[in-house]
Design a protein around this ligand. Structure first.
Ligand code: PLP
Length: 419
């Protein structure tokens, strides 16, 4: 018999591979409410797909989006409310519970569920940016500018001031001071938002720097009819950042007027992001979420899974970072060039500098049962196993030894993800 997962009479998620599922008997009460009298109300016909996916993701170093739901997430989906989040003026209870949990954790006034990190970032920027000419100051590598399909000029009619951090890792107050655009010269679109990213390629933008930038930006002189310049944070991996830096999430969030946090990256939820800000900001953001196609009918199931993911995964992040650092040390010992400090869950290799073709990198990984992107960026998450990390090191050892021995390495063109 195929393995099956059902909810028991109390609604708990149990694996009953050897038990025949009972039939659910539904009755209608005098209030016209339907109740389950006995047996499971939900049945998963097979967990084989989930188990296969679990195996795959435990060996997959392409990204921390490559995770699968845990049992606690599946249970949460079963227990979720299934109300219409648009028609119901009060929203859906599971969505509200998730938003309230993020408000509690971050200390911000209000929160809003969005479908993706891209949607969350672009809604925030659109909500801040009212009328051109205007620009957003950001790191030249910023996701909101480089990896969101050119949304910024389309959705917000804004141009970007791309800044190269002088220290090679993260923006500082000096970088911002040098590049911020004041009102007054009609050649240049004034800065209306400073958008920071933490983490960026796994590196931390420290609280001290975020505070200094925030203090300066929020007090930067603007015409009296203008709002102060806004501080936005793409905090796709903010939980990784504050956990690794050992600072308070609330203190970090206090530096920003809007924050977007991905739930489907290191936290491991199946989908979704949260944006946070003041109550008036979030009220206005709701219009743009609807306009961008992000008003959803029964998102409670996904919100409940994300809620469970937060509780499950946050305590695991220090272990993820420790495994990443241990693996990075082994890879560095093999003679690989690592381009950025390894501070959280990413190792960025410079394959070109080491004369390693991307195709060989991919294929040596495959031979040792690990999946990697051709770019040389390696990402860890809570479902990566120690065994997979050690096979990754084995693959890279063999590759480096073969290269040093003068063996011809495959070098055809490969693509995929972050090329
Ligand atoms: C830093 C950063 N911000 C935002 C996003 C966008 O998230 P999504 O893929 O959910 O749109 C990503 C996705 O990789 C990211 O790495």
């Amino acid at each position: 018999m195929a393995p099956s997962i059902i909810s028991d009479a109390e609604g708990h998620f149990v694996d009953t591979s050897s038990v025949a599922p009972k039939k659910s008997t539904m009755t209608t009460t005098t209030n016209n409410e339907t109740t389950a009298e006995d047996g499971p109300t939900f049945k998963y016909t097979s967990t084989r797909k989930l188990k296969n996916a679990q195996w795959q993701v435990s060996n997959d170093f392409r990204s921390d989006v490559v995770t699968v739901p845990t049992e606690s997430m599946m249970q949460a989906i079963i227990d979720a409310s299934v109300q219409d989040d648009i028609y119901n003026e009060e929203g859906d209870p599971s969505v509200n519970a998730l938003q309230d949990r993020l408000i509690e954790l971050t200390g911000k006034e209000a929160a809003l569920w969005t479908l993706s990190g891209t949607m969350g970032n672009q809604i925030c920027l659109r909500t801040h940016l009212t009328q051109p000419p205007h620009s957003v100051l950001l790191d030249y590598r910023a996701h909101v500018h480089n990896w969101e399909s050119g949304a910024l000029p389309v959705m917000s009619q804004a141009s970007a001031t791309q800044v190269y951090p002088a220290n090679g890792v993260h923006l500082t107050l000096d970088d911002v001071k040098k590049h911020i655009i004041a009102d007054g010269n009609i050649h240049f679109p004034p800065t209306r938002v400073v958008s920071l990213e933490n983490t960026l390629s796994g590196t931390i933008l420290p609280l001290k720097d975020a505070r200094e930038i925030s203090e300066f930006v929020r007090n930067f002189p603007v015409p009296e009819w203008q709002k102060p310049i806004a501080m936005h944070l793409d905090g796709a991996r903010l939980f990784d950042a504050v956990t690794a830096e050992g600072v308070s999430l609330k203190d970090y969030c206090a530096c920003f007027d809007s924050i977007s946090i991905c739930l489907a990256k290191g936290l491991g939820a199946p989908m979704g992001s949260i944006i946070l800000g003041s109550k008036p900001f979030i009220e206005r953001a709701k219009w743009f979420r609807k306009m961008f196609g992000g008003g959803t009918r029964q998102p409670g199931m996904m919100a409940a899974a994300a809620h469970a993911a937060i509780e499950h995964t946050i305590p695991l992040l220090p272990g993820v970072h420790a495994l990443t650092k241990k693996t990075a040390a082994s890879i560095a010992d093999l003679g690989y060039t690592i381009t950025l400090p390894v501070q959280t869950n990413m190792i960025v290799l410079d394959l070109a500098a080491d004369g390693i073709p991307a195709a060989a990198f991919l294929n040596y990984g495959k031979k040792h049962g690990v999946t990697v992107f051709p770019s040389g960026r390696l990402v860890f998450h809570h479902q990566i196993t120690e065994d997979a990390a050690s096979r990754l090191v084995d693959a890279l050892r063999e590759l480096m030894e073969d290269k040093k021995a003068g063996k011809t390495l495959e070098s055809y063109k490969v693509s995929g993800g972050y090329v």
